[in-house]
Design a protein around this ligand. Sequence first.
Ligand SMILES: O=C(CO)COP(=O)(O)O
Length: 251
Amino acid sequence: MRTPIIAGNWKMNMNPEQTAEFVKAVKNDLPETTKVEAVIAAPAVDLPALLENAKGSNLKVAAENCYFEDAGAFTGETSPKVLKEMGVDYVVIGHSERRDYFHETDEEINKKAHAIFRNGLLPIICCGESLETREANKAEEWVERQVTAALKDLSAAQVSSLVIAYEPIWAIGTGKTASADQAEEICGVVRKTVAKLYDETVAEKVRIQYGGSVKPANVKELMAKENIDGGLVGGASLVPESYLQLVNFNK
Ligand SMILES: O=C(CO)COP(=O)(O)O
């Protein structure tokens, strides 16, 4: 059985004071980690406040990005080794905003995945097509290619433990959610891709999130789908009440 994983992705929206307030507001109402994993991915500058306030609670902590080297002359980058030392659990990589605005390539995303595992963290690897690609009927092959590139040379055990987030770019921050069927269809393609690259056992274990305008009103319908094991949530994760409704979707 795959444990559902709901992760808020705060993007560049919070400061340390807001972070502390948020965690205080949610920490006592989070689900047991064995029932639903509740995660917040925060900017590097907010991670100390997030970790400090989340101590002893069921909240898991993710970074929104990291570099693929552990240390060295890489001005402005975040070390996966230091993230691990700080107590971070997950690192989001390959978000479409990072691919588009910061020109991250499939090869870099794959190197980051290896660096994350090397340091004992787990990646949440994002993939997803643009509206143009969807309208050209190429969403499936696009996502299959992104997933294949991101997983290159990872072991079966590593892939069994990671998370893949399918986020169609046209549904991010637009209020336009993919329908539950559209989301399920491509999450199914992600799982099939993993089965093709590894085997059915690995594919059964990998957790797949849907992201793109997930909110309390649609989370249940999405989570009821066979291949959707969680959500990666932007806007609706910024407010404690709505975050709590999301992570407690099955109560
Ligand atoms: O990009 C997203 C999460 O990573 C989705 O953002 P929204 O939930 O704001 O559409």
